[in-house]
Design a protein around this ligand. Structure first.
Ligand code: PMP
Ligand code: GLU
Length: 402
């Protein structure tokens, strides 16, 4: 038997990718599964970006790029940070990677020594926990429930800081909750970190463009955090480019250099064609991005209306991204006469098996009451999924749990 390393044996599989793989194999078996598990836009990549990639191939681009990314792309990203976010990162403070997932892994490895603490706003995106674990850091979860729109406060942050704290990590708009922090809320958090030495903020802004409440706000805008914010972003969500694998950071120079060293040993940098296309994506033509945002907003409203009619589900109004994160704890301790629902993991498996709807359990995101629905799917499928969920949940009756 092959002995896999303890490091990998102890690592959880990505719950989002696992659920997506399970629904793919059920679909391959002929089941009509509605997969609302993966956070992936269902649109095509905008035409002008695809054309730029084709032109890059035809122009013969086939070589390794600088490890941190093509100079023209880093310049375009530097301009984008200033144009959209008012952030001043020079081109040598930018590192382009194989998706924002790798950007995050680079940063965590660049900053975390064994035992260092990473405070995350919880619910948090699945891979944060795994990446901190791989770096032998300690995850400190700040739990914020649905009653406070899943947002952490400056007081919570203040109370969690110790002399081991190295990073405060969060996403806004948030995966899995869709919560969006306002400028004032970010300022409160920034002031807490700003008053301490040696703590860095890692701001995951990959859902920047899918924001239903107006202009995106970056925590890096506050002077009290000068040179202490790593801003993570990428093309997957706002440009429907998940498969192109392109993410990037703006970071203090020393962190950017460390991330470059890291990926110089691991990937040598990301695909040159994706990088050439990214230069086009980050230009001024955001028409399709805005159209996709409008479609997501319409679907959010549709899903909230449909799920709102299901007794027992508690919902808040997500202000961005493309997820709803209903609290389903009213169903714990119930059964359809066959399957017992003890917790949210059971509930998600029940929905997969009984309703043939794939969602992701909140426990993967640090929340054991909720589950995540990605509404990046066609309206008809969302309507059908809500109906099936309603029918399946309607069969559950309270039971005395042993
Ligand atoms: N951060 C968040 C919050 C995400 O939802 C995702 C989803 N894939 C990522 C980072 C990583 O994105 P990618 O690697 O596709 O750029
Ligand atoms: N970020 C997406 C999600 O949360 C894609 C899957 C992944 O990268 O884990 O579903």
């Amino acid at each position: 038997m092959i002995k896999i390393s303890n490091r990998l044996n102890n690592l959880a599989e990505s719950a989002t990718l696992k659920m997506a793989a399970m629904s793919r194999s059920l679909i391959a078996e002929g089941k009509d599964v509605i997969a609302l598990s993966l956070g992936e836009p269902d649109f095509e990549t905008p035409h002008h970006i695809r054309e730029a990639a084709k032109a890059a191939i035809d122009a013969g681009h086939n070589k390794y790029t600088p490890v941190n990314g093509l100079a023209d792309l880093r310049k375009a990203i530097s301009n984008k940070f200033m144009r959209d976010n008012g952030l001043d990162y020079s081109a040598d403070q930018i590192v382009v990677s194989t998706g924002a997932k790798q950007s995050l892994a680079n940063v965590i490895n660049a900053l975390i020594d064994p035992g260092d603490e990473v405070i995350v706003a919880s619910p948090f995106w699945v891979s944060y926990a795994a990446q901190v674990q791989l770096a032998e850091g300690k995850l400190i979860e700040l739990h914020a429930g649905i009653e406070r729109d899943f947002k952490v406060t400056p007081d919570m942050l203040e109370a969690a800081i110790t002399d081991k704290t190295k990073i405060f990590l969060f996403s806004s708009p948030c995966n899995p909750t869709g919560a969006v922090y306002s400028k004032e809320e970010l300022q409160g958090l920034a002031e807490v970190i700003g008053s301490r030495e040696g703590i860095y903020v890692v701001a995951d802004e990959i859902y920047e463009h899918i924001n239903f409440i107006g202009g995106h706000q970056s925590i890096g805008q506050f002077d009290c955090l000068a040179d202490r914010v790593v801003t993570v972003n990428g093309l997957s969500k706002g440009f429907a480019m998940t498969g192109w694998r392109l993410g990037y950071i703006g970071a203090p120079t020393a962190i950017a250099k460390a991330c470059t060293k890291m990926q110089g040993q691991i990937t040598s940098g990301t695909c040159v064609i994706a990088q050439m296309a990214a230069i086009e994506a980050l230009g001024d033509n955001l028409k399709r991005t805005y159209e996709m945002r409008e479609a997501f907003l319409r679907r959010r409203n549709l899903v909230l209306e449909l799920l709102g009619k299901i007794p027992g589900l508690k919902l808040n109004v997500p202000e961005g991204a493309f997820y709803v994160f209903p609290d389903a704890s009213a169903f714990f301790g119930s059964s359809d006469g066959d399957t017992q629902i003890k917790n949210v993991d059971d509930l998600c498996m029940y929905l997969l098996e009984d309703a043939n709807v794939a969602v992701v359990t909140g426990s993967a995101f640090g929340n054991d009451k909720c589950f995540r629905i990605s509404y990046a799917a066609a309206d008809e499928r969302l309507i059908e999924a809500a109906e099936r969920i309603k029918v399946s949940l309607g069969k559950l009756q309270p039971v005395a749990v042993a």
